[in-house]
Design a protein around this ligand. Structure first.
Ligand SMILES: *Cc1c(COP(=O)(O)O)cnc(C)c1O
Length: 227
């Protein structure tokens, strides 16, 4: 795998303003270091423990993004350093992030994950749930959180029309919220959508952050140990 070349090729394909998150889950630190040496500074992981372990040994100017489902009891471990949590899918989780952010004397940034795929298995709020959260005032007390946008995952399918339709729906919802009067700790700036197989479509539909794993690092092999 020519990691450096993969990163350069993807960068050439995407707008300057789009954030490329290199999804390094399951890959060992020497592989991440190779991407770092190629200039990549933004990495995404989907497990809190793996995120903590990699943060400890890798250069401290890396921006670590949590992109996977997060249990409330794992927030504490990543709260001191995580840059952005993409996968917030419950009020309970928002409250725990707020609590840990306060303990660390920082404002933590998060995206609300929206369920846009057909599959039942994907996590996320429904759009209706987010409208209710915004309207019922539940967010206003969370003063150590800043919600900066939305995240979504399209259905895992070869059907590009369906993927595009799902991304379009998410963008339309993003625009709807942007036009709404939102709580003071909520802005619609980032739209995290697109992975190795569908980031080109996602960018056409308005994505500002793409989460790319296998197109940079190759297939994942799920080792027992990553360090
Ligand atoms: C693994 C993962 C990705 C990256 O997937 P690739 O298809 O390898 O690019 C993106 N987003 C989330 C939430 C993931 O878990």
């Amino acid at each position: 795998m020519d990691i450096k070349n993969n990163i350069i090729k993807i960068r050439q394909n995407i707008p300057e303003a789009c954030t490329l998150i290199a999804v390094s889950k399951t890959h060992p630190v020497d592989v991440i270091q190779a991407a770092y040496d190629a200039g990549q500074r933004v990495f995404g992981e989907n497990k809190a423990q793996e995120l903590v372990a990699k943060h400890e040994v890798l250069p401290k100017d890396i921006q670590w993004h949590m992109i996977g489902h997060l249990q409330t009891n794992k927030v504490k471990a990543i709260a001191p350093f995580v840059h952005l949590i993409h996968s917030v899918d419950s009020l309970k989780l928002l409250q725990e992030i707020n609590k840990q952010a306060q303990k660390n004397n920082r404002i933590m940034e998060a995206l609300l994950q929206v369920h846009i795929a057909e599959e039942e298995t994907k996590y996320g709020f429904s759009m209706e749930e987010i409208r209710a959260l915004v309207n019922d005032g539940a967010l206003t007390t969370l003063s150590f959180i800043k919600i900066v946008g939305l995240m979504g995952m399209a259905t895992f399918t070869e059907n590009k029309d369906q993927v595009r339709k799902e991304f379009k729906r998410l963008k339309r919802f993003f625009d709807e919220l942007q036009a709404t009067s939102l709580p003071s700790n909520m802005v619609m700036e980032e739209l995290s959508m697109g992975m190795s197989g569908d980031y080109e479509i996602a960018l056409e539909e308005g994505s500002t952050m793409i989460r790319v794993g296998s197109a940079i690092f190759g297939e994942r092999h799920y080792p027992d140990k990553v360090l």
